[in-house]
Design a protein around this ligand. Structure first.
Ligand SMILES: [Zn+2]
Length: 329
């Protein structure tokens, strides 16, 4: 009895699992930390490693695309069906800084498998996701007997995502013709859990601004001046407080313009997920949830934009500590 395509894919992956993980571990050993100039050479080595691995996988086109910063990798594998849709997969090969002192149980750049999971910087963000496509496409070909993928496949893997993608826009604009696609898949997301197939259909973007408030040029006495000159702390508190209304809705005019409302089907699908809010709260080290009235926690997280305030001093202190993650909100 012949395998169904699905089980043939699984069989292929099972048989190639060890070799795949060995190769991934090799890539993870390259500390491609884009935010630290001393790792510039490693980021380049990471791009070269990936380009070679994609060539080995069978991609007929693999290129390293230079930017004023770190290089990106582009690969293309045309389908043998000229009418097949063009699918562009996005990912990144750079990683956040990491050091043992941050709480790692093993060297972040010497991957280790514990309890069936591989621990190493980039394993889950984003080298693991990117590299899995090499196994996926090979499994697809093996399971279907094809010599080229059913879709026209393109891969763009940048090297500056963890530094805020300073040259990515420019790169995409310059290479728009090569990147043209019917669909773009962002392969830089997570999975719900090991047994729930996950398709991420939307992500929140990020726009930030810094507000500087100027008040008296020296520390002044409340008895002599209080109540008669503006107090920057009061002004700042008012500004932050006015970001949201009493229902937790963002009160900035125009803030929700163009925001797609959840459909009933989407809400029902979110609600079906086995979400353990207590457990999730523990990961936030928070005692309570909060947010826009009328939305569940997952809806707030996944489908509603948010406006957050952070002190610039705290943000700078975090940015200055080389091994700390970039603040995301
Ligand atoms: Zn990522």
């Amino acid at each position: 009895m012949s395998d169904t395509p699905d089980s043939a894919v699984r069989t292929y992956i099972r048989h190639h699992r060890t070799a795949f993980l060995d190769d991934l571990a090799e890539w993870l050993r390259i500390p491609s930390v884009s935010a630290q100039p001393e790792h510039d050479k490693d980021v380049r080595r990471s791009a070269e490693w990936l380009s070679a691995a994609l060539k080995e996988t069978g991609f007929p086109v693999t290129e390293i695309w230079e930017t004023p910063g770190a290089p990106a990798v582009f690969a293309e594998w045309p389908s043998d069906d000229p009418d097949a849709p063009v699918v562009l997969v996005y990912g990144h090969h750079d990683v956040q800084p990491a050091a043992r002192e941050d709480g790692w149980h093993s060297d972040p750049f010497e991957p280790e498998v514990r309890d069936g999971r591989m621990y190493g910087r980039g394993a889950a963000d984003d080298k693991g996701q990117v590299f899995f496509h090499t196994l996926g496409v090979r499994a697809h070909l093996a399971a279907t007997g094809r010599t080229a993928p059913a879709v026209h496949l393109k891969l763009l893997v940048e090297g500056e995502e963890e530094s805020g993608s300073p040259h990515f826009r420019e790169l995409v604009e310059q290479r728009a013709d090569r990147l043209a696609a019917d669909a773009v898949i962002v392969s830089d997301t997570g999975m719900w859990d090991e047994d729930t197939p996950t398709v991420c259909t939307g992500m929140r973007g990020l726009a930030e601004c810094e507000i500087e408030l100027h008040g008296p040029a020296q520390d002044i006495h409340s008895g002599s001046f209080g109540g008669a000159v503006p107090n920057p702390a009061t002004a700042l508190a008012r500004l932050v407080a006015e970001l949201h209304d009493a229902d937790g809705r963002v009160a900035v005019p125009g803030f929700y313009d163009g925001v797609a409302e959840l459909t009933d089907t989407e809400r029902a699908l979110f609600a079906q997920l086995p979400f353990d809010e207590e457990r999730w709260l523990r990961t936030a080290a928070s005692q309570a949830t909060a947010g826009e009235a009328g939305y569940s926690t997952l809806e707030r997280l996944w489908a509603r934009p948010t406006a957050e305030a952070a002190s610039a001093a705290a943000t700078r202190a975090r940015a200055a500590r080389p091994s700390s993650p970039r603040p995301r909100w």
